[in-house]
Design a protein around this ligand. Structure first.
Ligand SMILES: [Fe+2]
Length: 236
């Protein structure tokens, strides 16, 4: 029994990593109702000590699940609009759809741009070079991103996007808005984002959002970010 169990664990890890490798904007954007909570692509404790297991469990199984459930409730019966269409026309929809469609997209995306895998945490050279060219240095980019996360009053998100001109840009959105929404002040395709709602960090960091933002750099799945960026560039 012990043998079967120990053979099962590596297999499960490979399956989870391959699920993560399959993440694409195309898959996320074309999800149709009824929406479902996606599985985490790693164990709840995999990102410790940066994100503790308790926070991850509550964040995923309660907060994200609530966005999924409330989005399904808010939609017209049998409505099959895909997630990106809802976001792109969200100004015409109810506040419940705006908050929960945003919440579902943002969290589904967020899980995939984090990883405990050291290999996936290495940034591809071409993306790194473009970030340096755009922001002056990698540290300047990090500072700009952290500033957006810190200065977002109350709840929201900070993003690295590929904008309509095809350039990299940092922005922030309130609540569960995101740059795919027609209401966003800066529109574009997110390739990296951080959740700065207190529910994402309060158990471990309390009011120290700056420390959470600083630690975030250690668990980014740059391999996945680069994949999203390839898709974002093709949309141009
Ligand atoms: Fe969240």
């Amino acid at each position: 029994m012990k043998k079967i169990f120990s053979a099962f664990i590596p297999g499960l890890a490979i399956l989870l990593l391959s699920l993560q490798a399959c993440a694409s904007l195309q898959n996320l954007n074309t999800l149709k109702s009824p929406y479902k909570l996606p599985k985490l692509p790693y164990a709840e404790n995999a990102l410790e000590p940066i994100i503790d297991a308790e926070t991850m469990k509550i964040h995923h199984t309660r907060h994200h699940q609530a966005y999924v459930d409330n989005l399904n409730k808010a939609l017209e019966k049998n409505e099959k609009a895909n997630l990106q269409q809802l976001l792109a026309n969200v100004s015409t929809r109810s506040a419940a759809i705006r908050n929960n469609a945003g919440g579902h997209w943002n969290h589904s995306f967020f899980w995939t741009i984090l990883t405990p895998n050291k290999e996936d945490q290495k940034i591809p050279k071409d993306l790194e070079a473009e970030i340096v060219q755009t922001f002056g240095s990698f540290d300047a980019f990090k500072a700009e991103f952290e500033k957006n996360g810190l200065s977002q009053f109350g709840s929201g998100w900070a993003w690295l996007i590929r904008n309509a001109e095809g350039k990299l840009e940092v922005t922030a959105t309130p609540n569960q808005d995101n740059p795919l929404m027609d209401v966003a002040s800066k529109r574009g395709t997110p390739i990296l984002g951080i959740d700065v709602w207190e529910h994402a960090y309060y158990l471990k960091y309390q009011n120290k959002r700056a420390e959470y933002l600083k630690n975030f750099w250690e668990i980014i799945n740059w391999k996945q970010v680069a994949k999203y960026d390839q898709e974002a560039k093709k949309k141009k």
